[in-house]
Design a protein around this ligand. Structure first.
Ligand code: PHE
Length: 349
């Protein structure tokens, strides 16, 4: 037994020295086989147990098992050390911590939202309140209260999506006029931005879901000149000081008189052509961009909300936000505003 203990001690020392010197996985495996393999040194020592006196065999077996456990632990440590050395080498080679990091792509405000913000900003500076309304409206707010009764042909013009129970996805923001005036006594001055929906086939100029911004001012002595002045100033603020505004006679049941509002095409500066003989593609050569409708609030609408039309008068307008965006950012296709193309959005940042 004393001989065995001595051999084990020497074997363990040799093994530890060898394990400490190992530089690769294959070498480590060879070491394991040499000591612990089927014909390894330890196995050979085990075979000598049979030559010992029977009362020592048990202790000898235990001594060998203890040594094997130690050796296995050493092997495990050596393998771990090899792995972390390999990782260190890899990291040292492939990571340059001074290399500039790739940009994480800062987001930006969507152009539609920015136009809404700028327009609201203009009006709040002039004492208007910003109000919102529901996107699903009972036909009363969307039509009846706006002087468009059930049998009125103008209902057709709004190409509405009908939900169940006489509810429409609002095709314009004008129902907010009614909601506001029914809730507050005159005078009122509001802007109302929001999403609108129409059964339009999608193309370069139409979306079935788009945004409008509505304006309404009702007080004593308000006339068409106030409307013209306000919209001209708004356009100059948004597009620049050279901007003109044009009113074309039109028809809306809830305004009288009514107008379509155009502003100078910013691409051609109102000339209708971009170069000698090249028609401006933005305005189709007219020199004007259509922004939306406007007019003086119809007395029937004032009566419906219990405002006295003999005492109060007002103007209203409703502009297409994406239409403003086409002109402002000189974009060729309205669908770009909804395609979520990060490159396009980054250009307009
Ligand atoms: N609501 C109208 C439309 O969407 C626009 C408009 C608003 C016209 C306010 C006059 C007054 O077509």
């Amino acid at each position: 037994m004393a001989g065995l203990t001595e051999s084990l001690g020497r074997l363990q020392e040799r093994f530890a020295a060898a394990a400490a010197a190992v530089t690769g996985e294959r070498e480590l495996e060879a070491l394991r086989v040499h000591y612990l393999g089927r014909n390894g040194e330890v196995t050979q020592l085990r075979r000598t147990i049979g030559t010992l006196p029977p009362d020592e065999r048990r202790e000898a077996g235990k001594a060998i098992n203890d040594v094997v456990a130690d050796m296995e632990a050493l092997l495990e440590d050596a393998a771990g050390a090899l792995r972390s050395r390999a990782l260190e080498t890899e990291l040292a080679q492939s990571i340059d911590v001074t290399f500039p990091a790739p940009s994480c792509g800062l987001g930006s405000i969507h152009p539609v939202r920015r136009i809404i913000e700028r327009t609201c900003d203009y009006f709040t500076r002039h004492g208007f309140a910003v109000v919102l309304g529901p996107e699903a409206e009972p036909e009363y707010y969307n039509f009846d209260a706006l002087n468009i009764p059930d049998d009125h042909p103008a209902r057709e013009n709004f190409d509405s999506f009908w939900l169940n129970g006489g509810i429409v996805l609002r095709p314009h923001t004008s129902p907010i006029q009614v909601r506001t005036m029914q809730r507050y006594p005159p005078p009122v001055a509001i802007v109302a931005p929001g999403k609108c929906y129409r059964r339009d086939a999608t193309d370069a100029r139409h979306l079935y879901a788009f945004h409008q911004i509505e304006g309404l001012l009702v007080a004593e002595g308000i006339h068409f000149g106030h409307l013209k002045g306000t919209l001209e100033h708004l356009c100059r603020e948004i597009f620049g000081p050279q901007q003109s505004v044009r009113f074309r006679p039109s028809y809306f049941p809830f305004t009288e008189p009514s107008a379509e509002v155009d502003t100078t095409c910013p691409k051609c500066g109102g000339t209708g052509h971009v170069a000698e003989n090249a028609r401006c593609a933005m305005c189709g050569g007219s020199g004007w961009i259509e922004l939306g409708g406007a007019g003086m609030v119809h007395p029937n609408v004032l009566l419906e909300v219990k405002y006295d039309p003999d005492k109060y008068s007002g103007w209203a307008f409703g502009f297409g936000v994406e239409r403003l965006g086409l002109a402002l950012y000189e974009v060729d296709d309205i669908r770009r505003f909804v395609n979520s193309d990060p490159d396009f959005l980054a250009q307009l940042r």
